[in-house]
Design a protein around this ligand. Sequence first.
Ligand SMILES: Nc1ncnc2c1ncn2[C@@H]1O[C@H](COP(=O)(O)OP(=O)(O)O)[C@@H](O)[C@H]1O
Ligand SMILES: [Mg+2]
Length: 253
Amino acid sequence: MLRVEGLTKKFGGLLAVNKVSFTAHKGEVLALIGPNGAGKTTVFNLISGALRPTAGQVYLEGKPIGGKKPYQVAKMGIARTFQTTTVFDQLKVLDNLLVAHKLRTSSGLVDTILRTRRWKKELEESRARAMEVLDFIGLKEKALAPVQVLTQEERKRLAIGVALATGPKVLLLDEPTAGLLQEETEGIFGLIKSLKQRGMTVCVIEHKMRMVMNLADRVVVLNYGHKIAEGTPEEVSRNELVIQAYLGGEHVA
Ligand SMILES: Nc1ncnc2c1ncn2[C@@H]1O[C@H](COP(=O)(O)OP(=O)(O)O)[C@@H](O)[C@H]1O
Ligand SMILES: [Mg+2]
């Protein structure tokens, strides 16, 4: 589904990502782990078109996406969330999703101004789709609430919903449980689990090892921009390089 090949990013003299290759198969949860500064977020930025790779290529279903703009990548079917939650506080919950869905619809400005039939049809479709997403992320009852009243965990859910509203084939989640309490974390794990059950391909950057061990089909480990290991959670948790680099000598499980 998603293939990254020889992906490299230099920031001045710093090799933030160094010849990283991996594949996320359809319907699997692939965890991207590694110490802070390992290059995980940069990999997401390269995949989503926020950054241009210094070298290497990203393929979605075999099609190269390197050099495309973020909105083009999103249209092709890759959606992401950010390490810090980015939802519009002033908007209602539902409207956050409608804004996101707009990306996928074809009406231009003229349609919107003239309120053409196509525009109306698309708006209805967007609403229906947005309500479906809200139902899925468990925020249907709060559709018309302003984002300000949501808890941290609900905001994280909404951010995932916003990504889902674009109808992606691949979802990139950057630390979806960062800053949450233990019991709130469970809610997000559950949501990722149901995404997987629905056949979504998910790449997730996550520090909570219990989540990685329970949820990920495979794990890719980065350290100083290099991929140092790849395998099942069991395999990487027994890998000496990983134990040294990432866990400071402690065993995961
Ligand atoms: N836009 C940027 N400009 C310069 N350096 C950056 C930029 N983004 C990230 N870096 C550097 O690249 C390295 C990898 O960062 P990042 O991908 O955010 O790591 P991670 O997400 O694994 O914690 C870090 O040393 C970071 O300081
Ligand atoms: Mg990061």
